[in-house]
Design a binder for this molecule. Structure first.
Ligand code: ADP
Length: 502
């Protein structure tokens, strides 16, 4: 080439990229199950289902190795679904450590352009390979554990659909010859152990979902959080802040206070941060007073962190007309939401406010229709709706809410507002409602139950078909409730409504 042509730089970068890729470099897997179990348990409390699945995976590989001498780790792509901060990312790092593979991570949140995954053609100025190959270069081996974070947050627009590029990456039949637009030669991804994470299953593109095995990682109870804080977080934060292990002691009672009064979340992220700030304050006090050790008592927690940030919102004790406690499942775990209903003189309009999604609005319509059909049974005039406007509001108006599971809650609020019969406020409920008044099962029962527990609810009304899901709820939590399994909306009303007070 003539010196000085721009082509030189382009070709040089291209050749450098080719040389930098880890062609033919592999790490040997360590398939010792005992060791893997130990490593997984070391860093993570609980997460039984995830750990078991990983061990199964390794066992299968081990068998393959013994029986056919083939050590290729092929199998379904695992997808860990759960709220933020429950340890999805960090357990994947643990898996890499347990198997003895390199670990690389790529966040798919906000990726809209296919070229981010598959690269730009070399004809473009400034073309580079996609992020998959960049990650492989960083891993330095052909068989790392490759984590795709937030696969549910991938977008798509006119620049192409990254989901279809991901299909090629994740499909075991195709990915032995993955083609990057820049590299223009097949690259073998078949030995990579791909694991993905997501906050919710509903927004994962269907063809991708089809190729993955979903493992749900649920949110933690307060007891579990306490154990995580005691066994892992405190030691980790103490070391991270340059203090000696064990020099900051936080007794259980103080940890409990931190969890209850300063955090409200499904995972343990805020808890980790809060413990970090306690440790920092403790470090200052240790230096100021020349101490080698410090015990952070319950009282000190308040001194360090200020006034409690969350007060347990105990339910109102008195039964109220038109207000019902519903349970919602959001991406950050379960939450108790009040549904309010008011009946005003008017001409039959139904208004729904509180930033409700379409499904939730339809569910309100269904609830209203059911009430209209059964008006007489509840002592209402058959044409009550002609003379009144109905307003259903779900407070915390700025938070978007959707899903069918507030159906029974809205129906109960409606009946209560129309008949002026008060609703017990120590009752919380969840369930979808059909036009004929059947109560259908809902998702996220464990999270919802935990939310009700945190809110100090005594009676929990759930759909009958969800009874089996109660197994996932810790017995300690369950024992505090009177659980009612409803088949018909009538069962719900019978439990939640009181007689009209004169
Ligand atoms: P996610 O990926 O689910 O959003 P992360 O993996 O980032 O959550 O976890 C946040 C933090 O919480 C990490 O520092 C992790 O070590 C800690 N953590 C979460 N769950 C556990 C657990 N079961 N045991 C120990 N630490 C945990």
């Amino acid at each position: 080439m003539a010196p000085g042509t721009p082509e030189i730089g382009v070709s040089e970068t291209y050749l450098e990229w080719i040389c930098d890729l880890p062609w033919g470099k592999y790490t040997t897997d360590n398939l010792d199950l005992k060791r893997a179990r130990r490593i997984l348990d070391e860093d993570h409390y609980g997460m039984k289902q995830v750990k078991e699945r990983v061990i199964e995976y390794l066992a299968v590989q081990r068998m393959k190795q013994i029986n056919s001498g083939d050590s290729a780790l092929k199998g379904p792509i695992l997808c860990f679904v759960g709220p933020p901060g429950v340890g999805k990312t960090s357990i994947v790092k643990g898996i890499a450590k347990a198997v003895g593979r390199k670990f690389v991570q790529m966040s798919l949140g906000g990726v809209r352009d296919e070229a981010e995954i598959r690269g730009h053609r070399r004809t473009y100025v400034g073309a580079i390979p996609g992020r998959i190959l960049s990650a492989m270069k960083q891993a330095g081996t052909m068989n790392p554990v490759f984590l795709f974070d937030e696969i549910d947050k991938m977008g798509n627009d006119f620049r192409g659909d990254p989901a279809s590029a991901m299909l090629e990456v994740l499909d075991g039949e195709q990915n032995m010859a993955f083609r990057d637009h820049y590299l223009e030669m097949p690259f073998d991804l078949s030995q990579v152990m791909f694991i993905t994470t997501a906050n919710s299953m509903s927004t994962i593109p269907a063809p991708l979902l089809d190729r993955m095995e979903i493992i749900e990682v649920s949110s933690y109870t307060e007891e579990e959080k306490l154990q995580i804080a005691k066994r892992h977080l405190l030691a980790k934060e103490t070391l991270a802040h340059g203090l000696e292990k064990g020099s900051v002691k936080i007794p259980e009672s103080a940890l409990k206070r931190i969890i209850e009064d300063y955090t409200r979340e499904a995972g343990v992220r805020t808890l980790t941060r809060t413990i970090a700030s306690v440790v920092r304050k403790a470090a200052v006090e240790m230096l100021d007073n020349n101490l080698a050790q410090i015990t952070v008592t319950k009282e000190k927690v308040q001194k360090y962190l200020g006034a409690p940030r969350f007060l347990r919102d105990l339910p109102e004790k008195e039964p109220r007309v038109g207000i019902v406690n519903g349970l919602a499942y959001t991406t950050v775990g379960g939450e108790m939401l009040a549904v309010e209903c008011a009946v005003l003189p008017g001409s039959g309009a139904l208004s729904l406010t509180g930033k409700l999604g379409d499904v939730m609005k339809e569910s309100a319509q269904a609830a209203l229709s059911w009430v209209r059909v059964h008006a007489e049974a509840y002592g209402l005039e058959p044409d009550f709706y002609k003379k009144s406007d109905i307003h259903i509001h779900v407070p915390e108006g700025a938070v978007p809410k959707d899903g069918p599971s507030a159906g029974v809650t809205m129906a109960t609020a409606l009946i209560s507002a129309l008949t002026q019969r008060p609703v017990r406020q120590d009752v919380a409920m969840t369930g979808e409602i059909t036009l004929r008044g059947r109560v259908l099962p809902i998702g996220g029962l464990k999270e919802k139950t935990l939310a009700a527990y945190r809110a100090g609810i005594h009676t929990l009304i759930i759909p009958k078909e969800n009874k089996k899901d109660l197994e996932d709820v810790p017995a300690k939590v369950l024992d505090t409730f009177d659980v009612v399994c409803a088949e018909q909306i009538g069962d719900v009303l019978a439990k939640a409504l009181m007689e009209k007070q004169e």
